[in-house]
Design a protein around this ligand. Structure first.
Ligand SMILES: [Fe+2]
Length: 194
């Protein structure tokens, strides 16, 4: 099956935008490998699904004014892709705020459970409502975040920090990390190399 055009268009904008900002840890090499891997198309995966938090907040997250043209294009590409996204809740509550379950959603674009099913990489989005803390979590693949809103993040060796819009950081394999939305919805893109 070919890749849906809105997904290809998203990758064509998102991966260069991530690579342009990847200066932390192993992010440059990780994103280069991911960019090469996505040249091969995976299987058709999950169909569209939404959640109340997405219906309430996604448009607001995507309407944010961006100071950089490539990030404005990235939000536009997510807008075009939105009808295909499969939003889900995650389980696990270590450190999460009490409102976490209702107040977050993740969409796997490419990867296990993604709209393109594959095992060699994960690319997805997280949307978190204001005043919500995501649980501490970890995974074997290394990860690069591109942050597309205000919000705070935590990873080993750093207390809570604000990457800012367009901020990028690296999470080593199995490192415990978390994120937290304050006044604004948190919206972030992540890419993991398996
Ligand atoms: Fe993660």
């Amino acid at each position: 099956m070919p890749r849906p055009q809105p997904l290809q268009d998203f990758l064509d904008v998102a991966l260069p935008a991530m690579r342009a900002r990847a200066h932390d840890g192993n992010s440059p090499a990780s994103l280069q490998a991911i960019s090469e891997a996505v040249l091969a198309v995976g299987q058709t995966g999950a169909g569209p699904a939404s959640l109340p938090v997405v219906d309430a907040l996604l448009d607001r997250a995507l309407a944010r004014e961006m100071d950089y043209g490539d990030l404005a294009e990235l939000l536009q590409a997510v807008r075009a892709l939105a009808p295909l996204l499969c939003w889900r809740r995650r389980t696990g509550d270590a450190g999460a705020s009490a409102n976490f379950a209702e107040n977050h959603a993740n969409a796997m674009l490419l990867g296990p459970g993604g709209i393109e099913e594959r095992r060699d990489l994960w690319i997805g989005l997280s949307l978190i409502a204001p005043q919500t803390r995501y649980p501490d979590h970890q995974h074997a693949p290394e990860e690069t975040y591109l942050v597309l809103s205000p919000g705070s993040f935590r990873k080993p060796g750093r207390d809570w920090f604000q990457p800012g819009i367009g901020g990028s950081f690296f999470v080593p394999p199995n490192a415990v990390h978390a994120m937290r939305a304050e006044e604004e919805p948190l919206f972030a893109l992540w890419a993991l190399r398996v």
